[in-house]
Design a protein. Structure first.
Length: 171
């Protein structure tokens, strides 16, 4: 009959249920973190594996800040050591956050262990770069940075279990 439409024909395209699976916000967050992880790791590798004079172009702010503190009476060398330690922590916070979000089924402590192992590897490689100096304090600071990054995601997610992290952060 010409004047009678079925229920399916009366539904608009917007109201019709999609047969394609919809991407959940946590899936998008996970994919975005994985995509961002690639350029971050490349940039990190350029910083940590470059000769000291090239890396100083990026990390030179530590000495600038130490000079500034020295102008206020703080001893320059100790200030530089503390600032470099804090800068190493800050450099690795995004790694902890991105890995936690990208691989939300991996337990947090494994991510911190992986951060420690990656940092130890970096320092071992730096032993072979003549102008670089490998230090245990860098391993500690880098590992702390990864742990802080993981903790930030954990706090944003409301202390949820590891496999629910990206789901909670996407809300």
């Amino acid at each position: 009959m010409a004047g009678m439409e079925s229920d399916d024909e009366q539904m608009t395209d917007a109201a019709r249920p999609s047969t394609e699976p919809r991407s959940q916000p946590h899936d998008r967050l996970r994919r975005t973190a994985r995509v961002l992880l690639v350029p971050y790791v490349v940039l990190l590798a350029l910083i940590v594996f470059s000769p000291a004079q090239d890396a100083a172009r990026v990390t030179g702010f530590v000495w600038w800040a130490a000079d500034l503190l020295a102008s206020w009476g703080v001893p320059r060398r100790p200030a530089a050591v503390v600032l470099e330690f804090v800068a190493n922590i800050a450099l690795f916070i995004p790694l902890g956050m991105l890995v936690r979000l990208a691989f939300d089924r991996v337990r947090s402590w494994w991510i911190v262990v992986a951060g420690f192992l990656a940092s130890a590897f970096i320092e071992l490689v730096q032993l072979a770069i003549p102008s670089r100096v490998a230090t245990a304090s860098d391993v500690i600071a880098n590992t702390l940075g990864v742990a802080v990054g993981v903790a930030i995601v954990f706090a944003i997610a409301g202390g949820t279990r590891s496999h629910d992290v990206s789901r909670r952060c996407a809300r």
